[in-house]
Each structure stands twice: as C-alpha cells, then as structure tokens.
Ligand binder design. Structure first.
Ligand code: KG4
Ligand code: ZN
Length: 341
C-alpha cells in the first residue's frame, strides 16, 4: 500500500449477531461505524440462531456498507483496502462477510486483509486512546474471556482465559434463567442496579490450570439451583431477581478484577485496557477504575460502541496489517476458531 496516499479502509464484521461496517481514514480516524443489531430477530428464541443470523447478514451487509460509505462521504472507488473478520465466530456468518469482502476487493482491485476478531477487541481501545506498551489487556465478551500481556502489535501472550463459559455467556444464561430475555448482559446490569449485591454469596471457582484462568459455568449452575429452590418455595419476586442479578454480577466482576489485580502485581506493564461487550458493564467499569487508582496504573475502557462488536475495530487492526503487507489471498477461508497469530 502507498504510505503517502490517504487511506480509506473498510472494516467488516459479521462474526455473530451484529452486521457492521466502518470506514477508517489514515489508520486512525473513524469516519463512520455502522452497527445493525439482530436482537429483534433472535429475541423470540432466547439466543442467537446461527442460520437466521447468517441469512440476515446476507440481506443487510450491502446496505450497511452503503451506509458506512455515505456517512463517511466517500464512494467505493475511494477505498484503498478492506479488512474483514475471518475468525473466530459462527462459520455461516463469517463466510457471508468474507465472501462479500473478497468479491469487493477483487472488483475494486484493492488489497484484502483478514482479521482475528479477538485481536480487534484487544486493540479496540486505540480507536480512542494512544497505544502504550507493554500493556495488560482483557477481552471479555459473549464468546471469550481472556487476559493478554502485549509487548507490541505482534507480540501478544495469552496468560489465561476461561476454561468453560465466557463471562458474557454467563450473563446471558443467568438472564435467561431469570426470564429476562436476550442479550442478557445489559438487562442484568440494569436489574443489578436495583438490587442488593450482598444477599446471595457464591463460592469462587478455583481453576487448577493457572492463576489467570477463569471459570463461570459453576456460578451459572449455582444460580440455577438457587432459583429452583426459591421458585419451589414460591418465593420468587422482582426483588429476589434484582438481588440475584446484583449478587451474580458482583461475583463475575470480583473474579475478573481479582485476576487483573494479580497480573498487575506480577507483570510490570504501563497500562491496562479492557474491551469486549462485557466491558460495557457498569459494575466492572467502576471496579476497574478503583483498581487502577489503587495500583496507580494508567487504564482505558472504550465507549460502549467500541466495546461491543463493530467494524471500526476490524478496520483498525486491518489497516495495521495492510501497512505490514499482510494481504490475504482471494482463496482464504473463514474458521470458527483459530489462534490469534
Ligand atoms: O463483544 P460482543 O459484542 O460480542 C462477542 O464477541 O461476543 O459481546 C457481547 C456480550 C453478550 O454476552 C452481552 O450480554 C454482553 O456482551 N454485554 C454485557 C453488557 N453489555 C453487553 N454484559 C454485562 N453487562 C453489560 N452492560
Ligand atoms: Zn466480539
């Protein structure tokens, strides 16, 4: 890619239940970031239905890309590169984005680069703040919960992750148990704000694999058993649901923050960055703020739009990859799971 020319990278993400496209100018300036959520489509089913999700991406992606271009006040011929998520995610969904991106790159004769969704989350804070290395980064989303020690754009060491459910998955499952709908995270967050977090105590899972590994499936089971008991005794009420939401959230946040604290004590990093959908959570945001203050650590959590799935974070990592000459061939494939490097 010509380094002196103004670059306009189109970033596309169709990995799960959000169709998103963004335009990034000169690797830094977000001109547009359009996210179309499929919440209404999946709500009646209480979770994402992969086949419905991919069909909806197919229908909406051309419109969303058109909207991203028009908000950025540029046209297809101005694009200098395309970045698209190729893993991890729902395979049918990924293939929609990848096939579209390949066809567009071929017809416009511009380079294509494929982006790892988790790397995009990990670097999404830099859509809004300066990169400082080394940093401790946590990606906490619906599909993943992992801690990374990052020395540079290409030196990323995963020091721990969940051994079962992701934190967002636990939020979604507990919301379902409480009959609150999908996606559960934002609803549990709101309900927890009305409840008393000290009413129910949960035992923290001990994960043998290492100090920075997480486990949330036992917590979900504990909530489920507790609820069963409460319902059998006919004691379920709005207040019970609020207290349970608050107590559950306290435990998830406590588990995440205790491991971040330990990692900050072990590794001499310059900054702490949290990203992914669960990073929107109000209790997690304030707990991280307190921890960073206590440890005198520079930290940043992106705004909600940049925490959840979006095309700008794909364009950000994609732009860097294109600068490095990492161009994907037109026969590249999508993968439901793949390592970050
Ligand atoms: O990063 P993301 O948009 O998609 C994945 O890559 O998974 O994250 C979605 C997840 C869902 O599980 C959703 O319930 C959770 O993020 N989430 C939240 C909040 N907002 C979204 N979890 C807790 N509190 C929130 N406020
Ligand atoms: Zn995501």
């Amino acid at each position: 890619m010509n380094q002196n020319k103004t670059s306009f990278i189109l970033g596309i993400d169709t990995s799960c239940d959000e169709t998103s496209a963004a335009i990034l100018k000169n690797s830094q300036e977000v001109l547009s970031n359009i996210v179309s959520s499929q919440i209404e489509l999946h709500q009646p089913h209480g979770g994402v239905v992969p086949e419905l999700a991919s069909r909806s991406h197919l229908e909406k992606l051309p419109l969303i890309v058109g909207e991203a271009l028009s908000r950025a006040k540029i046209s297809f011929k101005d694009l200098t590169g395309i970045a698209v998520t190729s893993s991890p995610g729902l395979i049918g969904c990924l293939l929609v984005g990848l096939s579209y991106a390949k066809a567009l790159a071929y017809s416009l004769k511009i380079p294509l680069t494929t982006v790892h969704h988790l790397k995009a989350h990990l670097f999404s804070p830099f859509l809004e703040c300066e990169e400082t290395y080394p940093f401790l980064g946590m990606v906490v989303s619906g599909g993943h919960t992992a801690l990374y020690l990052v020395k540079s754009f290409d030196e990323i060491n995963c020091i721990g992750q969940t051994v079962d459910d992701a934190a967002g998955e636990a939020f979604d499952k507990v919301a379902k148990l409480l009959g609150l709908g999908y996606p559960g995270g934002p609803i549990v967050d709101r309900m927890a704000g009305q409840g008393d977090e000290n009413v129910y105590q949960f035992t923290r899972a001990r994960v043998k694999k290492g100090p920075y590994y997480f486990s949330f499936s036992g917590l979900k089971t504990a909530v489920s058993l507790l609820l069963k008991d409460i319902r059998q005794k006919n004691k379920f009420s709005e207040t019970v649901a609020q207290n349970l939401a608050a107590s559950f959230q306290k435990e998830v946040v406590g588990s995440l923050v205790s491991k971040i604290k330990r990692a900050l004590e072990e590794f001499p990093v310059k900054s702490l960055y949290i990203s992914g959908g669960v990073a929107v959570n109000s209790a997690l945001r304030s707990a991280i703020e307190n921890l960073a203050e206590q440890k005198n650590t520079n930290y940043f959590i992106p705004s909600p739009l940049n925490c959840t799935d979006n095309g700008a974070m794909i364009a950000y990592v994609g732009a860097r990859q294109l600068e490095q000459g990492k161009v994907a061939s037109l026969d590249s494939n999508a993968y439901p799971s793949a390592p970050m490097w």
